[in-house]
Design a protein around this ligand. Structure first.
Ligand SMILES: C[S@@+](CC[C@H](N)C(=O)[O-])C[C@H]1O[C@@H](n2cnc3c(N)ncnc32)[C@H](O)[C@@H]1O
Length: 399
């Protein structure tokens, strides 16, 4: 097979590009399109020779698309119109306009791409946008398969449940039986399993995230602890019930998932930059998802991480001299000053952008330009994707 020509839409910081590299499929990104200036600076920094179009997708004409003669589309359209906690504007949200434009362009292309992969949030599967996508694919003669997957199914200790669709132009066949059901595990077909080590061999050597074989348990749903009600549930400590604690203990004892410590920076420079400030500790400590380096879980890192505290991602207890339970149990009886002293002993800190990049399966060579601020880094990473999960899907789609 010659090199596949790949079009990367909504390219952001290039998560799809890294996934493509990780898949080891002979391919090149012939164009990447994104309208976000900050993301584009990061993309260009990491992929200086890729043709990046800093414009809206609606601004790319049918003629421009035809000239690219691409074989594959990789895309992660804006997810805000489909998030469970958002307004769910779906196709009437202006942010879906570019996606509908792509659906309109697709049947009119001189040559249909052989492969299409789409990533979005959980919630997309019940949207009208998804229905339009599937209708268009069927009209154009594609077979497709939908998934809901989290990186935990690859042994990566991070919940990031996402919707994926892979499509292949007929007469091309997938190496597995497609089903109308949304698959919540990677398929255990021989072809996928036997290739698991191959993906990891060529995927970012020092990166621990992609080394694992596949796990076939159902993914957790990545729900944030603060998003549910606590009525009728006895709180043990830190607003957590026995059920919460049991779930977390189960996750932490699941040895098919790696420990967070494998993803942490070893000699962290500027630790103080990442420590949670006193005001935040006093106001929000009780709501935060706190993990230790030996934990095998973390909640989804969103674009507000490091800025908003509640439900945006886990924080790390970097001093293990004090037990979390001990620090929290008597907290409500203390004065603010004593409360703070007790919390400070835990040395709670944010994960660094590099550590989140590690959890996302971005390779060691991925980096931010110096000028990208910390807030921008968290924001861009929160919008990105897990490159290991997508690498697996690309392989499954093409083989
Ligand atoms: C969910 S993020 C995708 C992130 C990307 N996969 C990554 O790894 O960083 C959606 C991206 O679409 C871009 N975007 C949104 N609307 C767009 C449009 N109409 N044209 C081009 N890019 C758009 C945003 O700037 C954002 O970077």
């Amino acid at each position: 097979m010659g090199k596949l020509r790949v079009l990367e839409l909504y390219s952001g910081i290039g998560g799809m590009h890294y996934a493509l590299k990780g898949s080891c499929i002979p391919a090149e990104v012939v164009a990447a399109v994104d309208v976000n200036t900050t993301a584009n600076v990061v993309y260009k920094h990491n992929f200086p020779s890729t043709h990046l179009w800093p414009k809206t997708i609606e601004g790319v004409t049918l003629n421009d698309f035809n000239k690219l003669a691409f074989d594959m589309i990789l895309m992660s359209p804006p997810c805000q119109p489909f998030t469970r906690i958002g307004l769910q504007g779906d196709v009437s949200d202006p942010r879906t306009k570019s996606f509908l434009y792509i659906l309109n362009i697709l049947p009119r292309l001189d040559k249909l791409p052989k492969f299409i992969l789409l990533e979005n949030v959980k919630g997309f599967e019940t949207s009208s946008a998804r229905n339009s996508l599937v209708e268009t694919l069927e009209e154009c003669g594609y077979r497709y398969q939908e998934f809901l997957l989290s990186p935990t199914c690859l042994g990566i200790p991070n919940s990031r449940l996402r919707y994926f669709l892979i499509a292949k132009l007929q007469p091309g066949l997938f190496s597995f039986e497609t089903t109308n059901q949304i698959l919540e595990v990677f398929l255990n077909s021989d072809s996928v399993d036997s290739n698991a080590s191959k993906v990891s061999d060529c995927t970012h050597k020092e990166l621990p995230a992609c080394i694992n074989g596949m796990k076939t348990s159902k993914p957790d749903d990545g729900a944030e602890p603060s998003s549910r009600t606590l009525e009728n549930e006895a709180v043990i400590f830190k607003l957590e019930t026995a059920e919460d604690l049991e779930r977390k203990q189960n996750q932490d004892s699941d040895v098919s998932v790696r420990m967070l410590q494998d993803f942490l920076e070893v000699d962290l420079q500027n630790l103080s930059q990442y420590l949670l400030p006193p005001k935040t500790l006093l106001r929000y400590a009780i709501l935060m998802d706190i993990v230790q380096p030996t934990c095998r879980r973390s909640v989804c890192f969103t674009k507000g991480y490091g800025h908003y505290v509640e439900g945006t991602g886990s924080v790390l207890q970097s001093s293990l001299d004090v037990q979390l339970e001990t620090a929290f149990k008597s907290l409500h009886t203390l004065s603010d000053e004593d409360k703070l002293n007790q919390l400070l002993m835990l040395k709670l800190r944010y994960f660094t952008p590099r550590e989140i990049a590690n959890l996302h399966g971005l390779p060691p060579e991925f980096c931010f330009p110096e000028k990208t601020t910390l807030k921008q880094r968290y924001r861009l990473l929160g919008n990105s994707l897990n490159a290991c999960v997508v690498a697996r899907l690309i392989k499954l789609m093409v083989e």
